[in-house]
Design a protein. Structure first.
Length: 261
């Protein structure tokens, strides 16, 4: 038996009621499923009971990978990869109408989410994301403008996802017990990206620059991106505003002008 590794941010979900609640968020029967970080397979077991068409597991921990291979060796519709998801070519395994599940390691959950969010083809082949985050990060992802949690992640998320459902998960539902609460988010891709720019990497770059001094006015940092004439093209922009006081639509407009440079 493998024990959770702190170095990999592992906290195994053990509460059966929460596991069922996650899995029944969407209809799995006959669908293609990907699970990121299945760990000991508690969520995986419930997914299998729901009779998916195919199931792909991506597990970084080699010892857990070996246990999963042994555990599911008779399941013909399951493929298991021992791989770091951040280095994994997601497009190589994605099938049409895929659902992606993940109880994400706290230490790299934002990186995993941004990797999925920046998927090159849109709309993507996956139809649903059901991901678990630490509560503080999840609230930043789904924050509305204006609010105290609004920032870079919510600007990027608003571009491509609808929030369908959310619910909190107590630390008591895990082994080992984390010190923080968790949140499950059910996100669905928007049929088209908002904004008239081409590359989400440019939006990420611009939000990085402007939020690098989030308590200061945007004046100096915006001038690193656009010249005065270009700034004048943006309606409702005021140089004394702070990054958190600017709506997502204005960030999209800044990115559009930036791409035309």
């Amino acid at each position: 038996m493998n024990f959770p590794k702190k170095s990999l941010g592992q906290n195994f979900l053990i509460d059966k009621n929460i596991i069922k609640k996650i899995v029944t968020t969407v209809k799995i029967k006959g669908r293609n499923i990907i699970e990121i970080g299945p760990g000991a397979g508690s969520l995986t077991n419930e997914i299998i009971r729901s009779k998916p068409k195919s199931l792909i597991l991506i597990e970084k921990d080699f010892s857990l990978y070996k246990e999963l291979k042994l555990k599911y060796k008779k399941e013909k519709n399951i493929k298991i990869f021992c791989y770091d998801f951040l280095k994994f070519n997601l497009n190589s395994i994605l099938k049409k109408n895929t659902i992606i599940f993940g109880n994400l390691p706290y230490n790299i959950s934002s990186q995993i989410f941004v990797k999925i969010l920046k998927f090159g083809y849109w709309p993507p082949k996956y139809t649903d994301l059901i991901l678990m985050f630490q509560k503080e990060l999840g609230e930043k992802i789904i924050a509305k403008f204006p609010s105290s949690k609004y920032g870079r992640l919510s600007i990027l998320t608003n571009l491509v996802f609808f929030l369908k459902k959310k619910f909190l998960v107590s630390p008591n539902c895990f082994k080992p017990r984390p010190k923080i609460n968790s949140i499950v988010l059910h996100l669905k891709p928007k049929p088209r990206k908002l904004g008239n720019f081409k590359n989400i990497n440019n939006l990420e770059k611009i939000t990085n620059i402007l939020f690098s001094n989030k308590r200061k006015m945007i004046n100096k940092n915006l001038k690193k991106i656009l010249n005065i004439n270009e700034i004048d093209l943006i309606q409702d922009i005021k140089m004394f505003l702070r990054p958190s006081e600017i709506s997502p639509d204005i960030y999209y407009k800044i990115t559009e002008i930036f791409e035309k440079k």
